[in-house]
Ligand binder design. Structure first.
Ligand code: UDX
Length: 437
């Protein structure tokens, strides 16, 4: 049994703490947000993550998982402390490390026993060295024995628990081999490859991985836009590409592009690091530009289909940035709604999980209780997030309640032939219509 403190109970921290507890460790999750901790102690999750509530409940009952706001309680007998706090985008994209600094300083103020400090939050390259400096400066004397290890997370929202329990790899970065081995011990039962390298390289692996995944998506979206003009079908292009083992099929789904709390922040931060150090991140800049343009393009397609968006009613299905999460951060739907409203359109919307968070963020949007209410009187229906429950809607009923039968399938979820047969004017993404000249 090892004592682990996890600081931060967001998407990364809460899943990390609960999973380490499930592996048999004694875990204390620490957060400065009293309400969040109170709700967790009542068994109420702060996030929508499939399987998390049951995992937390089981481990709290077993006495392996506790929640507190008390730093001393959380750190007093911790052999490991995982920093899982937010690193939001600051001015022009650099990561804001104020919360990481606060954790490092509280460790320096409280801890008087040997401890391994693990950066799991996505932090700029060089942050591991910086954390050590913050602690040394704060501590003054050098009597605290500590090590800093980088252990970036590769958790996808909506699949975070399975991504933790069955990782493709664990990455550890440290200047001290023994410290890296101590952290590696925590992951041994997962029986996955463990990459051990230095701090900066581990931090870079995280950024490069996310930036590459984002690049794949912007690549296939650019191919999709070309397909629309040349009459090819990007879905089949991705399939044909994917059989090449060097390419693979994953992350080649054309659509409205990427959102969430990671890709936008991490690609921007990596580009910012590059610029700060005198290199021009041309490809990363293009990846971000293509992604931003994908949202504008769908608004242009709606405008073209309706002649004008002024006074039109547009129904939006899906507000979260992807299915199986209530997270709307940087979700394409939010920017698309603002663009539509700027052109005088009225918007109706529904999401299976994100209605509560979206209602706090959206203005002048008619929030509906189901997809059919969204379609009522709509001149066009846009699918923004490919939730399973949208896969087999009663399209005859939708056709009856819409003012115009125009479907904009932003995630290529639906069947063009079937909807065309039902009398809809169907637009997908990258589904160029091959018209034999
Ligand atoms: C991502 C990384 O996958 C994960 O490893 C990292 O730790 C955190 O960031 P996440 O942002 O939760 O995870 O979601 P992900 O499933 O990667 O999707 C990111 C975005 O890309 C979503 O908006 C999704 O809609 C979009 N996407 C994904 C596409 O547009 N096309 C694809 O083929 C795949």
């Amino acid at each position: 049994m090892r004592n682990i403190c996890v600081v931060g109970t967001g998407y990364v921290g809460l899943v990390t703490g609960a999973c380490f507890a499930d592996l048999g460790n004694r875990v204390t999750c620490l957060d400065i947000n009293q309400e969040k901790i109170d709700r967790l102690n009542q068994g109420i999750m702060p996030i929508y993550e499939p399987g998390l509530e049951e995992l937390v409940e089981r481990n709290v009952k077993a006495g392996r998982l506790v929640f507190t706001t008390e730093h001393a309680v959380a750190l007093e007998d911790a052999a490991f402390v995982f920093i899982c706090v937010g690193t939001p985008s600051g001015v022009d994209g650099e990561a804001d490390l104020r919360y990481v600094r606060e954790v490092a300083e509280s460790i320096a103020d409280i801890v008087n026993h040997p401890i391994v400090i693990i950066n799991k939050s996505t932090v700029p390259v060089g942050t591991g060295d910086w954390v050590a400096d913050v602690i040394r400066k704060r501590r003054g004397d050098n009597d605290l024995q500590f090590w800093v290890v980088s252990n970036p997370e590769f958790l996808r929202e909506g699949a975070a628990i399975s991504d933790f329990m069955s990782p493709d790899r664990v990455v550890l970065g440290s200047l001290d081999q023994e410290a890296a081995n101590k952290v590696a011990q925590l992951y041994l039962s997962l029986r996955c490859p463990i990459v051990v390298t230095d701090l900066r390289t581990a931090e870079m692996i995280k950024y490069a991985s996310n930036a590459f995944l984002a690049t794949r998506i912007s690549f296939i979206n650019e191919i999709a836009n070309i397909c629309e003009e040349l009459g090819a079908d990007v879905r089949e292009v991705a399939t044909g590409m994917g059989y090449d083992k060097r390419i693979g099929r994953a992350f080649l789904d054309a659509g409205l592009g990427w959102g969430g709390s990671c890709f936008p922040k991490d690609v921007k931060a990596l580009a910012h690091m590059a610029v700060l150090h005198g290199t021009h991140p041309q490809l990363l800049q293009a990846v971000m530009d293509i992604n931003r343009n994908q949202r504008r393009r769908v608004v242009m397609k709606l405008r073209r289909a309706l002649d004008t968006l002024d006074d039109k009613v547009i129904g939006i299905l899906g507000l979260s940035f992807k299915p199986n999460t209530d997270d709307i951060r940087e979700a394409p739907a939010l920017e698309i709604i603002h663009l539509l409203q700027n052109e005088g359109a009225a918007v109706r919307a529904y999401d299976p999980a994100a209605m509560e968070v979206a209602s706090a963020e959206l203005r002048n949007v008619t929030l509906c209780e189901d997809p059919y209410q969204v379609a009522e009187g709509a001149d066009a229906l846009l699918l923004a997030t490919e939730w399973n429950e949208f896969k087999h809607l009663d399209f005859e009923r939708i056709h009856q309640v819409m003012r115009r039968p125009i479907i904009m399938d932003g995630r290529n979820l639906w069947n063009r032939e079937w909807l065309t047969f039902l009398g809809f004017t169907y637009f997908g993404v990258g589904q160029g219509i091959y018209v034999n000249e």
